[in-house]
Design a protein around this ligand. Sequence first.
Ligand SMILES: Cc1ncc(COP(=O)(O)O)c(C=O)c1O
Length: 469
Amino acid sequence: MASEDALDRALAAARTYIASRTERPVWPRTPLADLRAAFDIPLPSDPVDPCVVVDELSRAADRGVVTTTGPRYFGFVTGGALPATVAAEWLTTAWDQNGALFVMSPAAAVAEDVAGQWLLDVLGLPRQSSVGFVTGCHMANFTALAAARHEVLRRAGWDVEAEGLHGAPPITVVVGDEVHVSAVAALRYLGFGTRHIVRVAADDQGRMRPDALAAALDRAAGSVIVCAQAGNVNTGAFDPFDAIADLAEKRGAWLHVDGAFGLWAGASETLRHLVRGVDRADSWATDAHKWLNVPYDSGLVFVAHPAAHRAAMSVAAAYLTRSADEPREPMDWVPESSRRARGFVVYAALRSLGRSGLADLVERCCRLARRFADRLREEPSIRILNDVVLNQVLVRVEPASGDADAATRAALKRVQEERVCWLGGTRWHGMEAMRISVSNWSTTDEDIDRSAESIIRAVRPLSAQSISP
Ligand SMILES: Cc1ncc(COP(=O)(O)O)c(C=O)c1O
């Protein structure tokens, strides 16, 4: 059977799926045992026709696929997949280019280079920065902090790539109390040890407090790396970058910004004030699979000091042939060598949106998040816990009597079971909350209203009865 036939089957299945996005249940209804049974067949001893494989895979997976690309999925921080990106992703797979080196794919290398320049432009970051295309913000944080580790130790006369941290000059790493776990994990991978990370106080919205940072920097020994944040994963709040950059600059610290989704505020004239001063940092991490609405996986790292970035990441081997014509080798800026050519899809996303489309996407999500919060606030037993400055909304159920944590958990379960929309739970300042992230390009006002009604339907009976933990 020709492989084109299997592609035809995949195209048909994909078209059916995409057409059903807005109305299929946001979370699957199939019980886990049935889903398992659909996949769990004996490994065939002989080859199976690709068409049969694709048909059966698509039937089996359909029972367990979460409609994360649909307009009423508000879980985690999840972008949908813009039409141009899905198509470009397919081409990327058909071309199957190894994005590591120019010699492996001139097209992948050039697309990545151009997309990188566009990104620096739209995000308002220094144009001489180097760019790496990684799997997600977790790895972007890792890459940026490896560059930070390299540079602060180089300035202290130490070659960390050669010597490691054995006997190295001291480094103090300072983070806000609301740092994302991925930045902490990255620091752990880099040998800093979580116990040695200095956490400074954050305010009620999760923003790092400059006075607490100043005090921590006064006490800090040796070289310093400061990790700030654009877009708190719960509240969407932004650290005050100008004040933080002033302090970091005075102390000679490397300033890193984890902006998994918040960095995209820089693409909108009306929201840019939220990231004022962010361009003064030394490195930045973000995701394309969140707000740029690129399919998984796609993360981005930017470093204002390309030499440090390259020194931390690049490897050499006789067989890894470097181009004589093209100075930028994609694998010099990431922890992997062989990897998917992610630049094509980021390029497609930026080109299909254009500057105005990107700004509109970001602004629309924020407007819809405010609409969501306003609709929910009309319900007396619902409290919105955060200032809705971006696309994140924290919802708590506070019945007239009974346990608010239990009521919030119960409401969330009902919402998830109704499947009109999907949101996850979290804890904020010791309180249970439902967590909404509006990050999808296709969400409309009507989707917000339908979802708010679903939440209110779940909450009303709980506010009438007394809930115990
Ligand atoms: C602030 C922040 N940093 C890092 C991450 C990790 O991103 P990823 O899961 O894409 O690696 C997230 C994910 O939500 C985030 O919100």
